[in-house]
Design a protein around this ligand. Sequence first.
Ligand code: XMP
Ligand code: MG
Length: 183
Amino acid sequence: MQEKDVQNDIKHVLFTKEEIDAKIKELAEQVDRDYAGKDVLLVGVLKGAIMVMADLSRALTAHYTMDWMAVSSYGSGTKSSGVVRILKDLDTDLTGRDVLIVEDIVDSGLTLQWLQQNLQHRGANSVEICALLRKPKSVKTDVQCKYVGWDIEPEFVVGYGLDFAERYRNLDCIATLAPHVYS
Ligand code: XMP
Ligand code: MG
């Protein structure tokens, strides 16, 4: 796709690359401080969390290991149902581990609530969540995210790992899309 076409598809930039970089640094400082001396496993949720994981993990100063999961949430259309299927599981044994789930966005929170409980049941010492974005008006669970970059309005956003029909993940900003993209 041409760069010009992408610019035409964007309605509004919520967060620029510079703002995201600064926010990731801020989150990394909190995580480093809270987990000092611990052997933390970062668990990225594919595919949306790829950019957050790549940048957060490099902004952290202590030693962290990384693993990935892919899950699919059954639901009607774009709505999450909370019934989750594991498409790719972890390679790591979680017994006694301090786990930090790294996510792009919390919408209903149903997927993350399921994931947090699932990982906890594997014998982890702790399972916390770091999400770059959260839509408080859409959250339907009491899932606790220890680290949140920004709370946003419940509108669909793309970029920095977030996609619409697998496109726009490689935008370096986070943005809403123009109506013509959806038609
Ligand atoms: P729930 O509702 O379980 O789902 O919290 C979270 C997942 O839904 C996807 N999601 C989005 N993806 N732009 C996206 O590209 C959005 O605005 C958006 N809102 C939710 C995403 O996969 C997230 O992990
Ligand atoms: Mg996701």
